[in-house]
Design a protein. Structure first.
Length: 421
């Protein structure tokens, strides 16, 4: 429960954490007695960003840095840097950073450990409960590995619980926007690497998620970045093709640095076009340098097919519950990529319904996870399997699969992985 100034009343003991481990960025929100929700900040970010890049870079002395520090370091050591490793969570192959190899679980533990360290620096008390969000399509094996990563990050196993991302987003939406009366709400979660959605009915007594959440793999902010790169390529095809060709399979730090700078420029275009009608930049990493101007209209047309796919997925899930757009009381867009104005425009156009404006959509999942940890609210969710075609198939490492199939407990697996670090 919250007071009129946003401070939290205390039904439990000690602070709780809600953690959203994302493909592109991650976040941790702390709830504690008598204080409003606190999102931990990246101390290296020039603006104290409350979402932390899910990135790790190995340094020459064998230590690692995470978040913005990792992004900064990668320009000097492109081959010692990894990001977007959530996509390979549970895969067999290791990630080579310099002369060391890391599993995806180890890289995930680095990010979680960084978030926990920042939380402990802000609030010097161990959490009494931690809820970490995972994709709705993750099966038992990957859930066990996430628990192993959490323990390696220093979180006590008995305090940690997993919750699916769309359910956490629903907790956020209904906790802050829908518990005053009966409502049917669609939560539209467009993150960095995936799209998830859930339909829920909420009331003053609580809420229930209707059936299994829906979603699409490889739809999100990274796909928008690729669309921006395609537009830049169209405007200066020879220079972009030359750089991409030189970078493919190259270990030349100078060439890799230029390719990184081009990718960062595409992300900057995306961010700028979420708040302004056009953006120009001199792309000095190209040879010769080229000034490129993109407009919000350009981006809207480029991402229209992708956003239309998300709207069709919403309609598919609604149909499974015998619902239409008109049956919804509220649509809540969350996830950092929902900041793009064309997302709200498309949802309003397709649905004809009210689309809520969320001030910090990239924190919605972590905040919902924190509220879930604080309230210990029961969330009934149907145990229906994910729809075919909505997610990619992930293969577990054969050795890990064999151990799990042989009956190795989650605790034993986590201890083995911890000792192997």
């Amino acid at each position: 429960m919250t007071s009129s100034d946003g401070a939290v009343g205390d039904p439990g003991n000690g602070p709780v954490y809600g953690i959203d481990f994302g493909t592109w960025t991650s976040a941790l929100v702390v709830l504690r007695r008598g204080h409003p929700p606190l999102a931990v900040r990246d101390p290296v970010s020039p603006y104290g960003a409350t979402s932390v890049r899910s990135a790790v870079c190995l340094l020459p002395d064998g230590s690692t840095v995470v978040g913005q520090a990792a992004v900064n370091a990668r320009l000097q050591r492109p081959g010692w840097f990894r990001t977007e490793f959530k996509r390979e969570f549970g895969e067999a192959f290791p990630h080579q950073l310099g002369e060391r190899r890391f599993t995806t679980v180890q890289l995930t533990a680095e990010v979680l450990g960084f978030l926990v360290a920042q939380a402990r620096a802000a609030v010097d008390a161990a959490p009494s409960r931690v809820v970490i969000t995972v994709p709705a399509t993750w099966e038992g094996n990957r859930r066990e590995l996430m628990l192993a990563a959490a323990e390696s990050a220093g979180l006590a196993p008995e305090t940690v619980e997993l919750l699916t991302e769309p359910v956490a987003a629903t907790v956020y939406a209904l906790h802050d926007h829908g518990m005053d009366r009966d409502r049917t709400v669609l939560v539209y979660d467009l993150g960095g690497g995936t799209f998830d959605l859930a339909v829920a009915r909420g009331s003053t007594e609580g809420f229930a998620v209707l059936g299994a959440p829906g979603g699409l793999a490889d739809v999100g902010g990274l796909a928008v970045d690729r669309a921006v790169l395609a537009m830049v390529h169209k405007r200066c095809p020879e220079a972009v093709a030359a750089l991409r060709g030189a970078a493919a399979g190259s270990d030349d730090p100078g060439v890799l640095r230029r390719a990184i700078l081009l990718a960062e420029a595409c992300t900057t275009y995306k961010h700028q076009l979420s708040v302004s009608s056009e953006h120009s930049d001199l792309l000095t990493m190209l040879d010769p340098p080229v000034e490129v101007t993109l407009t919000q209209h350009d981006l809207k047309e480029a991402v229209r097919p992708m956003l239309s796919d998300t709207a069709e997925e919403c309609e598919r899930v609604l149909r499974t519950h015998g619902l239409e757009w008109g049956d919804l009381d509220l649509i809540v867009p969350v996830g950092g990529s929902s900041r793009l104005p064309m997302v709200g425009d498309l949802l309003a156009e397709r649905s004809g319904q009210t689309v809520l404006s969320v001030s910090e959509p990239e924190l919605a999942v972590a905040t919902g996870a924190a509220w879930y940890a604080w309230d210990r609210a029961p969330v009934p969710v149907a145990e229906a399997p994910p729809s075919a075609g909505t997610s990619r198939t992930h293969r577990m490492a054969p050795a890990v699969t064999a151990l799990l199939d042989a009956g190795l407990s989650g605790r034993m697996l986590r201890e083995a992985l911890r000792d192997a670090r």
